[in-house]
Design a protein around this ligand. Structure first.
Ligand code: BQF
Length: 294
C-alpha cells in the first residue's frame, strides 16, 4: 500500500507555481491575483478561505479577501460579484461555499464571469468540461486528476466507481475519468443514495472515489484487493482522546481499507490539500489567459 501524499504533491505544485511567478515578475508580466468573497462566520469556511489566502502568499500571487456579514443580502453579494467581474486586476475569484440560507447559490454562481470562475462552478465551465473543451475544472476533481497523474496511476480501461453525485465532485469526476486520454479512459459507475447494492458496486472498483459525506462509510470488505482509493470526505466526528473532542474522518474506514489498497489518500493530508493547489493552478491559468485567451 502506497499513501497518495497530498501534502507532498501540493507543496510540489506550489513550488512550481512560485517558480513561474518569479519568471513572470522578472519579465515584468502581470502578477496573478485571486480574490475571495466570504459571507458570514462559518468556522470551517473561515479555515478554508484562510488557507487559500495563505497559499497565494506562498506562491507569490496577489490576493484579496472580501468579508461580508452573515446578513448580507443577495443583491449586495451580486454587486460585489459584478465589481470583481469588472476589476481588470482580478484574474479570478471564488465565492466561498456554503452561503447563508437566504442567498441562492445558483444565482450567485451564474453571476460570475466564466473567464474568472477559477472554481469551475459556472455552468459554462461545467458544459465545456463535459464536452472536453478548454475550461476551468472544479478544484477537487482537478486535484484528484493531478494525484493520479503525478503518481503515474494507470487509468485506461479501469473500472472506476464514484460514490456521490454532487455538482462539485461526484458528477464532474465521473465525466472527467470517462473521457478520452490520461487520466481518463475509465469505465465509470456513478453511485448515489438510490443505488441498490452499494457494496457490490464498490467491489467492482479498480479506482474508487468516495465523495458521499458519511464518515468511514466504505468498509474493508467492500474494497477489491489492489484497488486505488481516493477519499474526498471531510467529516468531523467525536473523539474523546483529542483535545478538541473531535477528529476529521474521511468517507473511508482507512484502518480497515488501507491494507487492501495499492494506493490510498489519507484524510487529512490528501485530496483537500490538492483542492487548494488546483485552485492556485487555475488562477495562474486565468492570469495567462490559457482557457479563454487574453
Ligand atoms: C486536509 C470544502 C466542503 C464544503 C466546502 C486540506 C482543505 C480541506 C482539508 C481545504 C473544502 C475542502 C474547501 C484538507 C477547501 C477542501 O488536509 O484534509 C485542505 O481547504 N478545502 C472549501 O473551500 O470549501 C468546502 C469542503
Amino acid at each position: 500500500m502506497t499513501l497518495l501524499d497530498g501534502k507532498l504533491l501540493s507543496e510540489q505544485i506550489k513550488a512550481e507555481l512560485a517558480a513561474e511567478v518569479e519568471q513572470i515578475k522578472l519579465q515584468g508580466g502581470k502578477i496573478p491575483h485571486l480574490a475571495a468573497i466570504i459571507v458570514g462566520e462559518n468556522p470551517a469556511s473561515q479555515v478554508y478561505v484562510s488557507s487559500k489566502i495563505r497559499s497565494c502568499e506562498q506562491v507569490g500571487f496577489k490576493s484579496s479577501l472580501v468579508r461580508c456579514e452573515a446578513a448580507t443580502t443577495q443583491e449586495e453579494l451580486l454587486a460585489i460579484v459584478q465589481k470583481l467581474n469588472n476589476d481588470p486586476d482580478v484574474d479570478g475569484f471564488i465565492v466561498q461555499l456554503p452561503l447563508p440560507k437566504h442567498i441562492d447559490e445558483e444565482a450567485v454562481t451564474l453571476a460570475i464571469d466564466p473567464k474568472k470562475d477559477v472554481d469551475g462552478f459556472h455552468p459554462v465551465n461545467f458544459g465545456r468540461m463535459a464536452q472536453g473543451l478548454p475550461a476551468f475544472l472544479p478544484a477537487t476533481p482537478m486535484g484528484i486528476l493531478e494525484i493520479l497523474r503525478r503518481y503515474n496511476i494507470e487509468t485506461s480501461g479501469k473500472h472506476c466507481v464514484v460514490l456521490g453525485r454532487s455538482n462539485i465532485v461526484g458528477t464532474p469526476i465521473s465525466i472527467l475519468l470517462s473521457r478520452k486520454g490520461y487520466p481518463g479512459d475509465c469505465t465509470v459507475t456513478l453511485t448515489h443514495s438510490r443505488t441498490k447494492d452499494l457494496p457490490a458496486e464498490v467491489r467492482r472498483a479498480d479506482i474508487l472515489v468516495a465523495a458521499i459525506g458519511i464518515p468511514e462509510f466504505v468498509k474493508a470488505d467492500w474494497v477489491k484487493e489492489g484497488a486505488v482509493v481516493i477519499d474526498v470526505g471531510i467529516n468531523r466526528i467525536p473523539d474523546e482522546s483529542k483535545k478538541s473532542g473531535t477528529r476529521i474522518a474521511g468517507d473511508v474506514d482507512f484502518e480497515g481499507v488501507a491494507p487492501h489498497c495499492s494506493f490510498i489518500t489519507p484524510v487529512p493530508g490528501g485530496v483537500g490539500l490538492m483542492t487548494v493547489a488546483a485552485l492556485m493552478m487555475n488562477t495562474l491559468k486565468a492570469c495567462k489567459g490559457e482557457i479563454y485567451g487574453k
